[in-house]
Every structure is written in C-alpha cells, then in structure tokens.
Design a protein around this ligand. Structure first.
Ligand code: SF4
Length: 700
C-alpha cells in the first residue's frame, strides 16, 4: 500500500534484478520525487539490507544518462549518434519498417531478444504474446539456469528442494560453484548462523572468491571437472560403505550400475582429472557422508560448460546416496521456483497456446551466429530488444557486434541507458525503471511473492515494457484484446488461482503488505521418504531418459569441449582455461557497469592468474596483458597471486566493451556452443593465452 503522511509517501516494491534474493524494498517519496530507498526490514529474507549493486538505485533512476525520449539513429551503426523524435514518429516508422519486412520475408525475419533485465512476471514477459501473435522467430531464452536445471531434473525430477532458510539446520555445507556473498548475499546470514551452530563450510570453486576466502575449506578443481570430483567422492563413499543402504534400496534407481561405474573413478583418477590431491577427495567424501545434516548449494557457476548438465546431474546424486534428504537442512538447497510457476496463473497472461512450436527458434546464446548467418532463410532482418544487453552478455562478442552493426538489420531497443546494444540500434525507446512501473515478482531464491508498486511517475517519456508492446501492437493495427490489458489486470490475473500455495494471498493484501510467503506446507521438501518427481518416482542414478538424448544414462565425466583434454590441439595454442565470473561486486550482469559510482568502486577489470602461470610469461602483478584466442582479445591488468588455481585465468563478466580498456570485454573471448542438455551456453569452455603488453592500454 502507498501510505500518505503530510508530505511523504512510502511505496512498497521489489528489486527487479536477475538475482535469487528478490529483495523487498520501500521507497520514500516527497513531492513526486523518490528521496530514499531501503530494504524492507520486516521481510524475513531481505532483513532490511540491499546489496552494493542496488543500494544506490535512486542514482540509477535519476541518472543524467537515462534515455528519456525516443531516439532515432543519425550516425553509423554502433556510433551511438541519435536524434530525439516523438513516440508517434518512431512508432509510425517502426511499424512501417516491420510491415515491409513481414511482406517481403514473413514474420520470421523478425527476432525478439529479451532476458532477465527484469525478472518481474509481467514486464519480463511483456513481449511474448505480441511476438507470438505476429509469428516471429522464437527466442530460446536459456542463457542461464537451464542446463543446471535440466541436469538436476534427470536425477531428482522437479522435486521441491530444501528451502534456503533451512540451511541453518545443516552441519556440513558445500557451496559448489557459487560465490554466495556476491551473488546470493541474503543466504549468507543463514549460513553464518549454521556455522555458529557448528557447521563446516566448504566452497568448491577454481577461484578463491570472496566466499571461498571465508570458508573453512576451499577445494579448487579445474573448471568443468566437477562431475569427476563427485564421482570420486561417490567411489569413496560406496567403497567404504558410508552410503545409506536403506535409502538407496528404497528410494533410488540404478545403484548397481552406478556402483559399477564408480569403479572407473577411484580417487587417484578423479584427482588426475580435477587437478586435486586424491587425499583431499577422500577427506571430502568422508566428511560429507558422515556429518548430518549435510547440504549442497549450487547455482549457475557450474553449468556454463558443454558438460554442464551432466555435472549437475552427477552432483545431485550425492544426497540420495548418503540419505541426506532424510533430515531437515539436508539435501540440495534451492528456491521454490516450481512452486511459483505451479501456483500462479501465468498461462492466462503469457498465453503459451498462441506460441507456434513449429516456427523456427534461435538460441539467445548464439545471437552472433544468427545475425551473421548466410544460411538462415529468411535471414534475420529485424531485432527487437528489451530487458537485455546482448552486446555485453552474449558470448562471442565480436560476432554479436558484427551482426548488430549490419546496415541492413533494423534494430529497435527499449532501454533505460544507451547500452552497447542500444548504440547499434536504429531506434532507442525509453524504458521505465522499477520505481516507475508495476510488477509481480517471483523468486528463485526464497518463497516470498512481492508486488512492486510504482513509486513515482515515469520520467520523461519512458514507458514500461508492457506499454511499449501495447503501443507497438496498436501501431501495427493489431486488435486482439489480450495485447492491450493493463498492468494491474495482468497482475490480478496472475493471482487468479485456487492453488493452495496462494491461499490467503490477494492483490489487496499485497498492496497493503508488499509481499507474502507462499503458503507452502511444512513438509514442502518431502524427499525423506522418496517420492522424487522422476519417471520412476526415485532418485535416478540410472536414467533411461538420457539414452534417447544421446547421453550416458549413468553419471559420468565428459571433458569440456574446449579444454586441454577435450581439444589438445587447441590447448597447445591456448593452454589456459578462462573463467568469466560474476565477481564484480557492484555490477549485476551488465547492469550498473555504466554508472560512475559503480565503475569507480570496481576500479578497472583485471585478469587473475596464478604465479606459476605468470612467471613463465614474464608477467608481474599490475602488468598490462593481452588475453586472446581465435575469437578475440581483451586487454587489462594482471593480478598475480593465489586467487585462481594454476592452469586457469579469470576475469569479471559484465563490463561493457565500450567502457573497457582496449574496447572489448570478457565475452570477446567466450565460446558460443551449447550445453549437453537444456540449451544453455558453454562459455566457460574457453581456452586462451596471455601475454604481456608493453604499451599502455587505452580505456574505452
Ligand atoms: S540484486 Fe539481489 S541482493 Fe541486490 S538488492 Fe537486488 S535482489 Fe537484493
């Protein structure tokens, strides 16, 4: 509810970003201007704290760099020169150009591009019914989460996870490939509580992240080898009879074939694959199997590999093997995303029945390939972007930029700032921030549903994504009623559900309180006695479903495609594995990477490399270096030390090429292949070489 005092108004809302924490916030408004924004102290997960990325959100809202009016390109593509036009002028021209393209090549010559620039349910999905109505090429929006999800589903189905708050009950916690204090900050106090209660915290990560630096035990495998680590652990657990024979007997499928498979992964072999010591694997396996309750938390760090789904699938076998699901605080920690999607009436707004599955699709990971392809028929002639900045976040950046700069590509970008993507647009249209529009927020990190209410009027001529598509639909002469429903109608429709998880939650109640927990049963995570949501109803060590997809039905280690083992010839030229991690504390993916406060706080991007890799290359701490492979190069400063293991280098993701030293950022190097399952990216399967640069690097 917006509460009015004499001169103040406090509006409740939520952070829109692609982050599991989905913080609830309150905005103080005076005379129509937002003057303060704070985390909601009553919210059990936010606890009054916003992260370093967002706690100056008002600077984003009122930034002089905001795009507040429609703009038409007047310079060359990518030059970033525009002139102000009216909405009417812009829409008339855009609709005319789209109609011409449709008449000449059909609607599939148009490609939508959007992702989690906002994860609010109505603003994120605002374009779907519009594009489905036109019959454009479909975008596979799988850049994050999909490979890990697909792999986990093979083993455990879409079974309810152990809720994050329950981690306080754990006594042995493995954060596996996740930098919690940077990307899942609000889980950290619960982990600290568990540690006060006696829990041991293990971080498995090739890099010594801020989280790893605070762990009791940091395990540093080579990237892409985590399945081998899990298999080595399982080998020890089975060989030493530390597994839960009763749980395995009752609630798992395929233990005998798994046991056979594990003979291939004695700790010595797992050590050779992972670059760890066999003793460490043995110690980890024993500690994991003998401490109760024991929990594993994974996020997306693991999945961006050609073997990403198999790594998740293999790791997710561990809890059933040791019977970790039996106790509260045991198992796999995860947000109840499935509960939101099961209970909210999303189909009534999204209208999936209007999406023609026979129409071709383009995977968002491979945008560069799609825009430069000579084989696509018809070619992509128009790109319509909202809630995403593919010039920064999509892999194989140089190919993406080459595509975006095609003179014959008609690009429309709905944005808050002149991103590197928007710089290549024909039209840039002004988008509202979270303070200026309504939305309903789910979460993939906790169980709270949040209503975001607009705190202020839209600045300039900015409009929400929903209004952008209403205007575009009208200018194209479309009349379908569902394209024109208001934002409030859409939110109310989402809540129109008799699912018990939404019992007691109404629009009015959310207006009043801002947020509400889903009404999950006390035994929401109910795998203590099996009941996995797999075809067999059991945890599937052996998964028949994988055979049809050309994969091994048993957990296995497959070398990453671009790695010293996966491609020895390539590795001779480019011997170092590159991680492009979400390590920038003040950026959220590519958001905030243009704002002065955040850029200043980050300083300059740096390449972490180990002393053992630096010395043979005559690279010292602080030297300027060139990181390169066949796809491109990035120039930045070296940070030599022990923040990354040998054989691996790491640089932060999120930087915009136009604002980076040397004019390119991490994705100039990354691979644009797909994961083994789920259609995710394999951009951590990237090999590079590094050399010292003598001349100073020019900042873009
Ligand atoms: S980015 Fe995440 S942690 Fe930061 S305020 Fe938003 S939801 Fe909270």
């Amino acid at each position: 509810m917006s509460t009015q005092t004499s001169s103040d108004k406090i509006t409740r809302g939520a952070c829109p970003h692609d982050c599991p924490d989905t913080c609830a916030w309150q905005v103080m408004v005076q005379n129509g201007t937002a003057i303060k924004l704070v985390g909601d102290s009553d919210h059990p997960f936010t606890r009054g704290v916003l992260c370093a990325k967002v706690d100056h959100y008002l600077e984003r809202v009122y930034s002089p760099e905001r795009i507040l009016y429609p703009m038409r390109r007047v310079g060359a593509k990518g030059e970033g020169k525009f002139e102000r036009v009216s909405w009417d002028e812009a829409l008339m021209d855009i609709s005319g150009r789209l109609q011409d393209i449709i008449a000449q090549n059909g609607p599939t010559a148009i490609l939508p591009y959007s992702y989690m620039g906002t994860q609010g349910l109505i603003q994120r999905d605002a374009g779907h019914p519009f594009f489905d109505r036109l019959g454009t090429t479909r975008l596979v929006r799988n850049i994050c989460g999909s490979a890990g999800f697909a792999g986990s589903v093979v083993t455990n189905g879409i079974s309810p996870p152990t809720l994050p708050e329950d981690i306080v009950h754990s006594r042995f916690i493995i954060l596996w490939g996740t930098n919690t204090v940077v990307t899942n900050l609000h889980l950290w106090p619960f982990i600290q509580q568990a540690r006060k209660n006696g829990a041991t915290l293990v971080v498995i990560d090739p890099a010594k992240t801020r989280t790893a630096a605070q762990a009791d035990w940091h395990v540093q495998p080579l990237p892409g080898t985590d399945a081998a680590l899990a298999l080595g652990m399982m080998h020890v657990i089975v060989q030493e009879s530390l597994y839960d024979a009763d749980y395995v007997e009752r609630y798992t499928l395929g233990f005998e074939p798994l046991r056979e498979r594990l003979t291939e992964y004695p700790p010595e072999r797992a050590a050779q694959i992972t670059g760890l010591e066999a003793d460490e694997i043995i110690k980890l396996a024993k500690a994991y199997a003998t401490t109760r309750p024991t929990a594993i938390r994974t996020l997306i760090g693991l999945e961006h590999h050609s073997n990403g789904a198999m790594m998740h699938r293999t790791i997710k076998c561990l809890p059933a093997l040791v019977g970790a699901w039996r106790e509260r605080g045991g198992g796999i920690i995860g947000g109840p995303a499935e509960a939101f999607f099961r209970s909210l009436n999303i189909a009534a707004v999204r209208k999936p029945e209007l999406e023609d599955q026979n129409i071709r699709s383009v995977n968002m990971v491979q945008l560069g390939q799609a825009l430069t392809s000579h084989e696509l028929d018809p070619p992509i002639r128009s790109l319509i972007v909202h809630s995403s900045n593919p010039a920064a976040i999509a892999p194989n950046q140089n190919l993406v930029l080459q595509g975006l700069r095609r003179e014959d590509l008609f690009t429309v970008v709905h944005e808050q700032f002149l991103t590197d993507t928007a710089r290549s647009a024909d039209y840039v249209l002004p988008a509202t921030t979270q303070l200026e529009h309504a939305d309903l927020l789910w979460s993939w990190g906790h169980k709270y549903l949040t209503l975001n209410q607009p705190a202020i009027e839209p600045l300039g001529e900015a409009v929400p994504n929903t209004e952008f598509f209403r205007r575009l639909a009208a200018s194209l002469g479309l009349e379908d009623a569902h394209l024109f429903t208001s934002d409030e109608e859409r939110i109310r429709t989402l809540l129109t559900s008799d699912h018990p998880y939404l019992d007691g939650i109404s629009y009015e109640q959310l207006e009043e309180n801002g947020w509400a927990p889903l009404n999950l049963p006390a035994d929401y995570c109910s795998l203590a006695e099996g009941g996995f949501a797999t075809p067999s109803g059991k945890c599937e060590f052996y998964a028949e479903s994988l055979i049809a997809q050309g994969l091994d039905p048993l957990p296995t280690h497959v070398p990453p495609k671009e790695s010293p083992v996966g491609d020895p010839e390539l590795a001779r030229r480019y011997p170092l594995m590159l991680l492009t991690a979400k390590s920038a504390l003040h950026f959220l993916n590519s958001s905030y990477a243009n704002l002065p406060r955040h850029l200043k706080a980050e300083g300059a991007p740096h390449l972490d490399l180990h002393m053992d890799d630096a010395v043979p290359r005559d690279i010292r701490d602080g030297d300027q270096v060139r990181v390169y492979n066949d796809r491109g190069e990035v120039k930045l400063r070296a940070r030599v030390g022990n923040r990354i293991r040998t054989g691996v280098v790491s640089m932060p993701s999120g930087w915009w090429a136009s604002l980076s030293p040397g004019g390119s950022s991490a994705n100039a190097l990354t691979a644009d292949g797909l994961s083994d399952l789920g259609g995710g990216g394999d951009f951590h399967d990237t090999l590079v070489e590094v050399e010292k640069v003598m001349q100073p690097v020019v900042t873009g």
